[in-house]
Design a protein around this ligand. Structure first.
Ligand SMILES: NC(=O)c1ccc[n+]([C@@H]2O[C@H](COP(=O)([O-])OP(=O)(O)OC[C@H]3O[C@@H](n4cnc5c(N)ncnc54)[C@H](OP(=O)(O)O)[C@@H]3O)[C@@H](O)[C@H]2O)c1
Length: 239
């Protein structure tokens, strides 16, 4: 989704700093960004590596003003049992601490500047714990609370903060999903909706609507009723 989003955001005169671990993927993306007249800058960094992320921020802040938009997109679904201690550590280190490592080093400079936007990739899975995805759902719930808090803190300084909660999007992450993905969107469609939401500085950018309604209703139901509905839909899928 980060790739589709950066292509949409690429326009003449724009510089995009792209952070990921796989150099070859970054280079392929850089060519697409160049062809749109924007300038790509590639950073082969692991967002879990706090000193490296701090160093990257220091370098960029020495070069020029703080970013006008930070998108904290890196996230993983994790392997195996989503409720183990290992899953918690693996997923929280990227999805929660990695997001903090991406955003936090720029905040002081952005506040001094009095402008900018932060977009954090959460998920509709953050509304409610789902089977075998406890760590993933919990990580996205943590981002939801953190984003609300950050927005309250930063809006008086002129900084917009948006939580992006997509439903299913066809990406590398979901390619191997063994279950049906209702209302699945393409990465480009998701990116289009995210850009539209960012233009409005929406506090929450959530889509597609049927999934948003479904998870919100599920979250409002008494827990046992919600559990029964989730079990029922799981059993139907396995028949
Ligand atoms: N796809 C969905 O259905 C869906 C739905 C809701 C929310 N989301 C969220 O949307 C975001 C993007 O998901 P996606 O579906 O586009 O996933 P994806 O196809 O797996 O892409 C994830 C991106 O994050 C980068 N990344 C992962 N771990 C990293 C690390 N430790 N350091 C630096 N970069 C890292 C990956 O690059 P490298 O591997 O090269 O580092 C890749 O570019 C995630 O936060 C995800 O939780 C996805």
């Amino acid at each position: 989704m980060g790739e589709a989003l950066s292509i949409r955001l690429a326009s003449p005169g724009t510089t995009l700093h792209l952070v990921a671990r796989r150099r070859d993927r970054l280079e392929t993306l850089a060519e697409k960004i160049l062809s749109r007249g924007a300038t790509p800058r590639l950073h082969e960094v692991d967002v879990r590596d706090r000193p490296a992320m701090d160093e990257l921020a220091r370098t960029l802040l020495k070069e020029g003003p703080p970013p006008t938009l930070i998108v904290a997109n890196a996230g993983i679904r994790g392997e195996g049992d989503g409720n183990s201690r290992e899953a918690m550590e693996e997923i929280f280190s990227t999805n929660v601490l990695g997001v903090m490592n991406t955003v936090a080093p720029f905040l002081s400079a952005m506040r001094r500047e009095g402008r900018g936007q932060v977009a954090i990739l959460g998920s509709l899975a953050g509304y409610r714990g789902l089977p075998e995805a406890g760590a993933y759902c919990a990580s996205k719930a943590a981002l939801s609370a953190w984003t609300d808090s950050l927005r309250l803190l930063l809006e008086p300084d002129g900084i917009g903060v948006s939580l992006v909660n997509p439903g299913f999007v066809a990406t590398e992450m979901t390619r191997k999903n063994p279950y049906a993905m209702p209302f699945v969107l393409s990465a480009d469609d998701a990116a289009r909706r995210i850009v539209r939401g960012l233009q409005k500085n929406a506090p929450r950018i959530e889509f597609p609507l049927p999934m948003v309604l479904l998870v919100r209703i599920l979250a409002l139901l008494p827990p046992r009723m919600g559990d029964s509905l989730i079990r029922f839909s799981g059993n139907k899928k396995h028949k």
